[in-house]
Design a protein around this ligand. Structure first.
Ligand code: NAP
Length: 272
């Protein structure tokens, strides 16, 4: 059955591939961008900045005026800051939370009454493996994704009675514009910076992992399956064997041991 899908952040990465695939499958797709783009045929483009509440309200209103309903919301748009918690500029903290967490909350709150009046819907929130474990020098990013996790768990219970399903996606490393965009949100680091050497080493590993990450079209296929299936799971972890293993190890290993393993991956020296 054709569904009305609203997806945030379709200028690149997961959003672009997912909007393309869903519209090719015959769904009525509305995708948001901050700056006007030439989207794929069949994809309706709306202007929305997650840090601008008015633009969120207007975008949701446009879909409702045209379609009368929203069946699926994919909260995808996000950004990624990088740097030490101590020295990453505070405005990056604000931007990280406003984009990856508060923006998602505002979009969801606008869409919920629409779904309730339509007797149901599906909300798919893009979290991260970094929403399941704090990642070094990605502290603000991880915090925003941990917030997405708590928000989604609570929302799922509140809305189940209205036939609204909440699904969380935890992608591992995918090759998108994520790394490129992060370059504008890195902590400034000079010779006096006590974290500089470790940050540099970790950043190289982060970018290496992302560089050899999977094609975002793969995640788009998973999202399309979730849009169409009758009974989606609550969570989908989509990543390499190592990334899935890390999620499992965090659950079963003593905290200190897990920290040593994770820090080792990022080349960080640790005192036990
Ligand atoms: N790639 C990965 O390895 C990975 C892993 C785990 C989770 N994720 C998550 O997946 C989601 C999509 O990321 P991606 O990898 O596809 O990265 P991407 O290619 O950089 O796409 C991010 C999208 O979000 C939009 N966006 C950024 N800030 C925004 C704002 N303030 N308001 C509205 N839209 C905004 C961007 O639009 P502009 O063109 O206007 O900037 C872009 O369309 C994010 O939530 C990210 O955290 C990615």
């Amino acid at each position: 059955m054709k569904k009305v899908v609203l997806i945030t952040g379709i200028s690149s990465g997961f959003g672009k591939q997912t909007a393309r695939l869903l519209s090719q499958m015959g769904h009525s797709v509305y995708g948001t961008v901050r700056k006007s783009i030439q989207a794929d045929p069949g994809v309706n483009v709306l202007i929305m900045d997650l840090t601008d509440h008015k633009s969120i309200r207007e975008a949701v209103r446009t879909v409702v005026e045209k379609e009368g309903r929203i069946d699926v919301l994919i909260n995808n748009a996000g950004m990624h800051t990088g740097g030490p918690v101590e020295t990453l500029p505070s405005e990056f903290l604000r931007l990280q939370m406003e984009t990856s967490f508060l923006g998602m909350v505002h979009v969801t709150r606008e869409v919920l009454p629409v779904m309730r009046s339509n007797n149901g819907g599906r909300i798919i929130n893009i979290s991260s493996i970094g929403g399941l474990m704090g990642l070094p020098f990605q502290g603000f990013y991880s915090a925003s994704k941990f917030a997405v996790e708590g928000f989604s768990e609570a929302l799922r219970m509140e809305t189940a009675g209205f036939n609204i399903r909440v699904v969380v996606i935890n992608p591992g490393d995918f090759h998108t514009n994520n790394s490129l965009n992060r370059r504008s949100y890195l902590a400034p680091s000079g010779p006096e910076d006590p974290y500089a050497a470790q940050f540099k080493k970790s950043l190289a590993i982060i970018e290496h992992d992302e560089g050899k990450g999977w094609d975002p079209a793969l995640l788009a296929k998973t999202l399309a399956r979730i849009v169409e299936c009758a009974n989606p799971r609550q969570r989908y972890i989509v990543g390499s064997f190592d990334q899935k293993l890390a999620v499992l190890l965090k659950k079963v290993l003593p905290g200190r041991l897990f920290r040593m393993i994770l820090a080792g991956h990022y080349g960080l020296r640790q005192k036990p």
